[in-house]
Design a protein around this ligand. Structure first.
Ligand SMILES: Cc1ncc(C[n+]2csc(CCOP(=O)(O)OP(=O)(O)O)c2C)c(N)n1
Ligand SMILES: [Mg+2]
Length: 894
């Protein structure tokens, strides 16, 4: 007789019989056969249009791995618990001492308290560093658990007492510790940043994928290495998390293990008070074809499951919501029993096995070493799909009086009695007075704890975290590689985007650099004219190409290949950025100097995935970001959601990002060559943002002696041949495609007898950064230094008026205003874009040649060099409407 479930009525004989047959099948032929038959039944029903909508997405609310499949634990749990308690204490002490210092620098206790056991099981038994025969694991943790990581490094003797003392005080003598994992600030310690919730998921997914890409392309040995990604359950609400899990399954990333710390709480309160976050996440991940492992209950529950023959306890587990479970974590055993059992006599009977005190203390799976070990072991051995482990814990576990409370996330202080009580409970052998001061505790080097801890890490190739960079330097190519660009295009009109694509093709062909180039596109290759590269370099696909592409007979087929070089990310800028981050950090993670070129619609860069660009800076990524179709008026027709006139401004907010807005192909060539030299030859931790455009014009040959100016941000492109009369002289600054307007404006002015020099500004950002740096040095030298900023020095000999025209907001040219030696008018494209032709857009935004010439004349009028009547005449000739509303604040509708 089949063990009868309570929810099946006794009189439903038919259902009982079906279940009995299933049971005998299972017992006789095993689970695989049972599954096959069940699937056949399900398929039959589907063929009859009877769909079991929720048939397989959720499994019961219990551990995925049953007791009988649980492996033996290979470590010493008693000793590991002792070590864990010391870590818990020191992690808490760091935050408490930071609190006591009165500096208000903050810190978190609750997250690590809930995550400690899973992290310790990983660190003692799984997380393996790179070794002779192993590629090395990349582990990303919940940022707020960082105190526990520091506490461990302290026990290992890798961090000093002083550094712990200076948690969150990085400027203190002897060094401090950053709040969260920040490779930028602790480059020998942290490998990957995670403090901006949600971003570590795409980062880890694409790191796992990029490792496979490197293996398939023969750039890295296929010697394993897992990516472990720990996130919070609240964090899983960030769209980047569930938004990127499909690709991991599609790419069969069995080198990826995500662990969600399901303590059922986020910062303010429950994650899903009225539901179950674990079941919800299970559905999402299973729906995306991940291997899902749930760790919900500790070993103490196993004896209850063993007597739950009718599934009454299981039913109650399914019924209770997270809000109930959270309430249980703060309640007495009696209260839990009463609420849990209610009027259910059968359940009351089962629960009688435990005393009230045992009920109060009964643990969740996330605090049971054996349950965690079983899950981790199964995950590392799973093949063909990524694994997510959903682990149920209590937030602030062990913080008596606070665990599970809604306020626990923000808890930064305990009173003296609570500290002493905590130290006692954790078995920390320090005096009451020391406990009240939250003194750190470190056992002797030859103690059992330290010996064990070190031995375990030695067996796993050394301590974690550790960031070591061992990557060969590349030699930057000579500028002659880009001869086609430096020689100019003759009469042929091309855009900087076309010039870039040709340069990219050249680099792909380069004998030494070629294999390291990683072109990345988010479904925009055709927009940028890159489709010819599909055939040449191939699109990376872990499955190769199982179909004959529709355009196979053309010159530019859509070619996917297992060793394809292009990363075609589809319409997913977050994913593409994560690929850029992976390729840009491969020098540190894998010792492979890949050079990413990520080309995207410039408006969907900073304002769409700016936070990821920020974390590229944190993770010391290298490579080239190319903002295509850039310029508010150069991308005509596309309208306000596409026309970018501000990304250069935002780019300046990323301190180690160099940004350029070049006008000519040769400028682009000089900048890219210099970028390769700095990032891959000199191995500097900078990266590049370059805007490119789709306006075609004849690209001039590179004049002599302008290389340095291009890199520094500005040089004189064309001097006027006319002599200066009555101080009538204009200097026109142009960048990118607006240079065409500036050149035309210069001709207009020349025709009016106003000599004008044309200056190409490749980077206002570089100019202003350098100038501010020089100014600061002079300030500190209190008159001893007379260093002059580059831009000031360059323009010092010049007289006349200065007019800058940019396809970006006026703030960009304005950023160098203080170093201009005369009247300075800035023209730019403040305001929303709109759908129009290029000439009409430029007239509307007041950056066309006529307006530039008008602005120069107006400035000369102010200086008394030109008569006002001449300006009036010019305004009429140029068609300047002086009653026109300001485009910065109006639109086509007025
Ligand atoms: C993008 C972003 N938004 C908000 C925060 C602030 N924040 C830090 S931790 C946290 C709650 C985290 O909850 P959960 O992910 O469940 O982790 P737990 O601490 O519960 O383990 C919040 C809102 C952040 N760091 N990043
Ligand atoms: Mg949480």
């Amino acid at each position: 007789m089949v063990s009868r479930r309570a929810d099946i009525p006794a009189r439903d004989v038919e259902m009982q019989e079906w279940l009995e047959s299933m049971e005998s099948l299972l017992r006789a032929d095993g689970p695989e056969r049972a599954k096959a038959i069940f699937r056949a039944v399900q398929k039959y029903l589907a063929d009859e249009n009877v769909i079991l909508e929720d048939a397989t997405l959720n499994t019961p609310y219990r551990n995925t791995i049953p007791l009988e499949q649980q492996p033996a634990y290979p470590g010493n749990i008693e000793l590991e618990t002792r070590i864990e308690n010391i870590l818990r204490w020191n992690a808490m002490a760091m935050v408490l001492r930071a609190y006591d210092s009165g500096t208000g620098v903050g810190g978190h206790i609750g997250t690590y308290a809930s995550a400690a056991t899973m992290m310790e099981v990983g660190l003692n038994h799984f997380f393996r560093n790179c070794g002779d025969d192993y590629g090395g694991d990349l582990i990303s943790i919940q940022a707020h658990a960082s105190p526990g990581v520091y506490a461990r490094a302290y026990l290992e003797g890798r961090l000093t007492h002083g550094q712990l003392e200076n948690f969150r005080r990085e400027l203190q003598s002897g060094g401090g510790l950053s709040s969260y994992p920040h490779p930028r600030n602790m480059p020998e310690f942290w490998q990957s940043p995670s403090a901006s919730m949600g971003l570590s998921t795409p980062s880890c997914i694409y790191q796992a994928r990029f490792a496979k890409y490197l293996e398939r392309r023969g750039l890295k040995p296929a010697n394993g290495g897992k990516v472990w990604s720990f996130i919070g359950d609240g964090e899983a609400d960030e769209p980047e998390v569930l938004g990127t899990i499909n690709i991991a399954a599609r790419e069969q990333l069995d080198n990826l293990i995500m662990v969600v710390n399901c303590n059922l709480q986020r910062l303010d309160g429950p994650v899903r008070g009225n539901g179950k976050i674990i079941q919800e996440l299970e559905r999402s991940f299973r729906g995306a074809s991940w291997n899902v492992i749930k760790v919900i209950w500790s070993g103490e529950w196993d004896k209850l499951f063993a007597i739950d023959h009718e599934g009454v306890m299981q039913d109650r587990m399914e019924e209770a919501v997270d809000g109930d479970y959270q309430m249980y974590s703060v309640s007495s055993g009696q209260e839990v029993r009463d609420h849990w059992v209610g009027t259910n006599e059968k359940l009351a009977e089962i629960m009688r096995v435990l005393s009230d005190e045992e009920i109060r203390c009964i643990r969740r799976g996330g605090h049971d070493h054996k349950k965690i070990y079983a899950a981790f072991e199964r995950a590392v051995n799973h093949r063909g799909a990524p694994t997510v482990i959903l682990i149920k814990t209590i937030k602030g576990y062990g913080m008596q009086g606070y665990e599970g409370s809604n306020a626990v996330h923000q808890k930064k202080n305990l009173n003296a009695d609570e500290r002493i009580e905590t130290a006692r409970r954790l078995g920390i052998p320090i005096s009451d007075a020391e406990a009240a001061e939250a003194q750190f505790y470190r056992p002797d080097d030859d103690s059992e704890e330290i010996q064990y801890l070190k031995a375990r890490r030695d067996a796993l190739n050394g301590p974690w975290p550790r960031r070591t960079v061992s990557c060969p330097a590349l030699t930057a190519p000579g500028l002659d590689v880009f001869k086609a660009q430096t020689e100019g295009s003759g009469d042929r009109e091309i855009s900087t985007t076309m010039a870039f694509v040709r340069m990219l093709a050249k680099l792909l062909d380069h004998p030494e650099l070629g294999k390291y180039i990683v072109p990345i596109v988010p479904d925009e290759a055709r927009t940028f004219g890159m489709e010819a590269l599909f055939r040449k370099a191939g699109i990376y696909s872990s499955e190769g190409q199982k179909y004959r592409p529709v355009d196979s007979s053309t010159l530019m087929p859509y070619r996917e290949a297992e060793d394809g070089q292009i990363l075609q990310e589809g319409i997913c800028e977050a994913g593409a950025m994560a690929s850029f981050l992976s390729a840009g950090t491969a020098y540190a993670i894998h010792g492979v100097p890949t050079i990413p070129f990520y080309v995207f619609y410039s408006i969907f860069g900073f304002q769409r995935v700016g936070d990821m660009i920020w974390s590229c800076g944190d993770m010391l990524a290298r490579g080239f970001l190319l903002g295509g179709t850039s310029g508010r008026t150069t991308l005509n027709g596309e309208g306000l959601q596409h026309e970018d006139g501000h990304s250069q401004i935002i780019a300046n907010t990323v301190p180690n990002l160099l940004s350029y807005d070049p006008a000519f192909a040769y400028e682009l060539a000089v900048i890219i060559r210099e970028g390769i030299r700095r990032m891959y030859e000199r191995q500097e931790n900078v990266f590049y943002y370059i805007t490119i455009h789709n306006e075609n014009y004849a690209m001039p040959a590179m004049p002599d002696g302008v290389g340095d100016g291009i890199i520094r941000g500005m040089y004189c492109y064309r001097r006027s041949a006319q002599p200066v009369k009555n101080g009538r002289k204009a200097h026109l600054f142009g960048s990118a495609a607006i240079m065409t307007e500036v050149l035309r404006a210069s001709e207009i002015l020349e025709g009016l007898g106003v000599p004008s020099d044309v200056w190409s500004v490749t980077s206002y950002n570089e100019l202003s950064r350098e100038a501010l740096d020089v100014e600061r040095r002079n300030l500190l030298a209190s008159g001893e230094s007379e260093a002059v900023p580059y831009v000031q020095d360059l323009l010092k000999p010049e007289q006349g008026v200065f007019v800058a025209a940019s396809d970006y907001m006026k703030a960009l040219p304005l950023s160098i205003a203080r170093w201009i030696p005369g009247p300075y008018v800035v023209l730019g494209t403040d305001g929303y874009g709109l759908s129009e032709s290029r000439p009409d857009l430029r007239a509307y935004f007041e950056v066309n040649a006529e307006f530039i010439a008008y602005a120069a004349l107006a400035s000369l009028v102010e200086c008394g060099r030109v008569d006002k009547s001449d300006l009036e005449t010019a305004a009429d000739t140029f068609g300047i409407d002086r009653a026109k509303p300001n485009p910065a604040t109006s639109g086509p509708a007025g």
